[in-house]
Write a protein that binds this ligand. Sequence first.
Ligand SMILES: [Zn+2]
Length: 441
Amino acid sequence: MVSAESSQLQLVDLQLPTERSTCALTATTSLPPRPASPALATRSPPRVGYVFSDPLRRAADRLPSNVMRSTFTHSLIAAYGFPKHMIHLLPALPTKEELCRGHSDAFVDFLTTVDEREIESDTSKAECEQFGLQHDCPVFDGLATYVSLVVGGTLAGARALVDGSVDVAIHWDGGRHHATRDRAAGFCYVNDIVIGIIELQRRFKRILYLDIDVHHGDGVESAFLFSPRVYTCSFHLHDLGFYPGTGGSSSVGRGKGTHHALNVPLRRGLRSPTFMHVVKSVVSEIYACYNPDCIVLQCGADGANGNLSGGKGDERGEGWNLNPNVFADVVAFLHGLPDTIVRTQQERTVPDRCPILILGGGGYHNATTARCWAAATASAINDPRVPIPAADDDVPEHALWAEYAAARPHVGTRADENGKGGYIDTLLERTITAIQKLRVN
Ligand SMILES: [Zn+2]
């Protein structure tokens, strides 16, 4: 484990400037450049906003399921020199009214005052049980601050997209997709995604929510189950006993939101080529049928090799076995989507670029998760001057360098169960048919 002191030194080196000024940091990588997405070869690079503040990093580092992960992520991205190609966005502390857009009044009251409470009292223990603050979501020191800053970060990204100052906004400490209106769940204490999407609705009429975390995006799906203004699509591992257990193909939305929820249940051992084939086939069809004017990507990295249980005990890859660079591939694919659709549907008017809000999520091995999100960040910048680091390359020297040398990515040995019995072909056929049932309002 890395000491707080060493990570603090690295963050001092970040020298992040004030909000929405260009970040200043010297690139230290000497990796060979990978070509930019062909679809964007003729366009200028997108304006990318990057949410960061030192209070946010410190608060996110306390999350019991992801201790120090925020420091790993921001430090690696800084070490590569990516911040100087992005616009710095500061989290804005949300009001109670903004928190209540996604949660009940009572839940928000408890979350925002929990730091001052004496949890050992019987009354508070009962409230913790009522609001799901137990088991995998224990109360921790700094929880109220964490909740405010994580939501504030997602709101900062959403607002920058709403006011048009950026084309892409990234908030790696956000993406908490399991929390529901009244309860914390699955390491998620607050659903910043739901609150962020509601903010995006100030400008955008049809929002496509994509969730590539290995777990089903149940909290977001349930929040917009009745809404035709948000199309939720979750790619996840679906198996007996695997959390959260929801996300079967039969869940398609309700009322006016019928056919605006899509679930793509996948099996264990999934590898990158199959994953990308499924994502490209499904998302292209949604894009063509739904015509979204904004995309929110929950980019949980717990489907990466060895990242579900933190590496130890997951050598076989009990979940998925995705290469860390597949997250960069998904972002590059989203960048190129309008061009893809223009080529295939010449008669339609498609915007030059679809705004994208990119959020984090799961990922339980800090170094692996940081590698995934650093590669995705470079892909979001989409500039030939910014090479996308390969998954097995040495990382640039920085305070946490030794942690990467000790934790090389590995490929799980579990067989890919998705190839058996034509499962993927059947799944895709069923899924494409489901997408084509949606009604555009
Ligand atoms: Zn997850």
